[in-house]
Write a protein that binds this ligand. Structure first.
Ligand SMILES: Cc1ncc(COP(=O)(O)O)c(C=O)c1O
Length: 389
């Protein structure tokens, strides 16, 4: 029997190896060269004004908060409103900067609820950390509006959002919508190219600021605070100039040319791959249409095309673990995205403050979604669940 895992990357191996070979032959595997090409390609693809390639989304989230904290004069203990329904990277990054995560509840799209966020704003609130869950975007326009009203930074954790296109209504609705790759909504968006994401490298992330001054500083800080990277200190003929200044204490967060080479190839297939993920989601939607005991997650009206990084369902919490174990017995390995973060010791101060997120967290199952999943697999998965509903 074929094992069906929840997530699985697909690499264009020969093409990727050709691209990596260029780096090896040139003798340049570090920052610069392919990382520059990848940043340019990402900007061209997303139409976002700035992009800097990093080791991961996690370091990008930290960098974003570090840049804003130092540039905007935030203090230790200042507050960032965030979600309990996410991977821990989102919230750990707030702690790295000695800021206080304040947990708001989610809405039916599993993204932060604007209503809940608004109630938690205090004079110490500095930013909203927003997660686009599984390719969904929730009520991002209301969140953007709140940020503008209260002078808060909007940080979009776009780990799941590569290839999600969103729409914004024109000032006059009869003019229709503008459709753009997501990221334009926030002051900074951080994407993930980790091993099982829609654009998998092995590890990697892209930090995309809206403003040049932040992008400039982030580039410096991602390279230990050094003002000029080694690539830009070398000319076309490979002559290397050693001199540089170190105006800041930075981090070793920048990406490298090997990962960028993988990313450059994978990016060419991102839209096509996401079309197939959307096809899988449609198969699941159809199979689940008349099953009352399973709820699907509605896409936000802002979504033009979701990356469909995840396909999540909600089941009765008393049955959830039984369903998962039954799937395991049938060699199907679903996931759970995510455990309510307030159950973890470092966030337990907020335990019980987000009832909807806690409830969902006990009901969620992520069904397998990747490029090897067929319509027959979807049917088998749903039939297997039905056996014990
Ligand atoms: C919502 C979310 N945020 C952040 C991350 C961290 O991404 P990375 O592994 O690139 O650091 C992940 C990765 O799983 C994620 O799902």
């Amino acid at each position: 029997m074929n094992k069906i895992n929840v997530l699985k990357p697909k690499y264009r191996t020969e093409e990727v190896l050709d691209e990596i070979k260029i780096c090896l032959d040139k003798g340049w595997t570090g920052m610069g060269f392919k990382t520059v090409e990848f940043e340019e390609a990402w900007k061209e693809y997303t139409k976002l004004p700035y992009a800097h390639f990093l080791q991961s989304n996690t370091v990008g989230l930290h960098l974003a908060l570090n840049v804003f904290k130092t540039q905007e004069g935030w203090n230790d203990g200042d507050e960032v409103i965030t979600t309990p329904l996410t991977f821990v990277s989102t919230n750990h990054s707030i702690l790295y900067e000695n800021l206080q995560p304040v947990f708001a509840d989610v809405d039916e799209t599993l993204c932060l609820s604007p209503e809940s966020v608004k109630k938690l704003i205090t004079p110490k609130t500095r930013a909203i950390m927003y997660v686009g869950m599984g390719g969904n975007i929730g009520d991002i326009s209301e969140i953007k509006y709140i940020c503008e009203e209260y002078g808060l930074k909007l940080i979009l954790d776009g780990a799941h959002m590569s290839g999600t296109y969103t729409k914004e209504s024109a000032p006059d609705p009869s003019w229709g919508y503008t459709i753009s790759h997501t990221g334009w909504e926030a002051d900074v968006t951080i994407f993930s190219f980790q091993a099982v994401k829609n654009l998998p490298t092995a590890d990697g992330g892209m930090i995309c600021f809206k403003e040049e001054k932040y992008d400039k500083l982030a580039r410096q800080l991602a390279w230990l605070g050094i003002d000029k990277d080694t690539y830009s200190r070398s000319d076309d003929k490979g002559s290397y100039k050693w001199e540089y200044k170190v105006p800041n204490v930075g981090f070793k967060y920048h990406g490298n040319s090997i990962m960028a080479s993988i990313g450059l190839v994978q990016l060419k297939y991102l839209d096509e791959d996401n079309d197939y993920r959307n096809q899988i989601a449609t198969w699941y939607d159809e199979l689940l249409e008349n099953i009352n005991d399973i709820k699907t997650i509605p896409l936000s009206w802002h979504i033009h095309k979701s990356s469909r990084h995840l396909y999540q369902i909600l089941v009765n919490e008393k049955k959830r673990d039984e369903i998962i174990n039954h799937l395991y017995k049938n060699e199907i390995y679903p996931g759970v995205h995510y455990v309510d973060n307030t159950l973890y010791p470092m966030y337990s101060l907020y335990g019980g403050t987000c009832p909807r997120a806690s409830e969902y967290s006990k009901q969620l199952i992520t069904l397998p979604i990747h490029l090897d999943i067929t319509k027959d697999d979807c049917t088998k998965i749903i039939e297997t669940i039905k056996e014990i509903l």
